[in-house]
Design a protein around this ligand. Sequence first.
Ligand code: ATP
Ligand code: MG
Ligand code: MG
Length: 366
Amino acid sequence: PQTVGIIGGGQLGRMMAIAARYMGYQIAVLDPTPNCPTAQVADTQITAAYDDMDAIKQLTDLSDVVTYEFENVDLEAATFIEEQGKLPQGSNVLGITQNRENEKTLMRKLNLPIAEFSIVSNAKECEEALKQFTLPAVIKTCSGGYDGKGQLKINSKADIEQAKAFADKYGSCILEQWITFDKEISVVFTRSQSGEIAYFPIAENEHRDHILFQTMAPAKVNAEVQIKANEAARVLAEEMNIVGTFAIEMFVKNGDIYLNEMAPRPHNSGHYTIEACNISQFGQHIRAICGLPLMPIIQFKPAIMRNILGEDMEPVLRAMPNSEEGFVHLYGKDEAKVKRKMGHITFTADTENQLFAKVEKFEEAK
Ligand code: ATP
Ligand code: MG
Ligand code: MG
């Protein structure tokens, strides 16, 4: 293929586009916002809504292969591109990952370990279902949530009325048992069109205010957990016939894993691969969708990635001159809103101790 089309113009699309550009491809992006992060590094932007079928047709005509940077792609649009033979990732995986009920139902069908869950669509069903749960629990909208938006933790009986109101407000919801995990990890991997899988080292994630704060890789988990996590990923990848880079978030508790959610695209917790590995999650994604064989993955150095949110912009940029070997990425977003992901920074070092020292030094400089 000569031109890679990307639906969605955010930072994930931008980093895909940069990787594709390194490999000699042209980029076309579809996004309603002019000069969005991806458009800044693309050859062509089609400025239209994601579900504008004329725009989808235009993108498909322009592109030899089409991919997406988010899972909420309009299914009619995805099916159209697939029918033109230009969506190697397929549309089936979107239908599943757009909806937590579909996602969890599939995981349960495959006997993968997950927290207890129940689907509820109104206050009455929520109240009934909660009788089967030991609190805490959490209620989430089945579709559309991210960065902790669209969910409510139910800590005690006092929160039940709020949960019922949540169910009435949003309709299709999932109740989940709260897992008091030891850590959160993610498996980021890529599957090629011939069914070969390459796993990036498992990442360990820390969230603050429901937003990913830091990823460290490789994760500090034992070999048994690594095998279980990668095996669960393989089962899902083969069941859904995944192509491209894919991520699964999991909780680890007492050596057991619980699958949380999945993303059919590169993931925030895989950004460290840009500097720490021989091939990034974005480069590997482009290889997969373009029908190239995958690269065997090598992580050169341990890494810590931290997101730069709107409120972090100034202190981070101020601190950087004092910090060695911190790779700063900014996404070219014009408005530095609070909690908005504006960029990220990746630290690498020869040893873990040097890595921690480097992050600490950066924190002090901030
Ligand atoms: P993302 O931005 O990753 O897409 P999201 O809004 O889709 O997030 P989740 O990943 O389901 O939501 O939940 C956000 C965070 O809330 C999780 O990373 C985890 O820290 C916590 N969480 C969610 N569900 C549970 C659970 N069942 N048990 C314990 N913690 C949970
Ligand atoms: Mg999510
Ligand atoms: Mg999540």
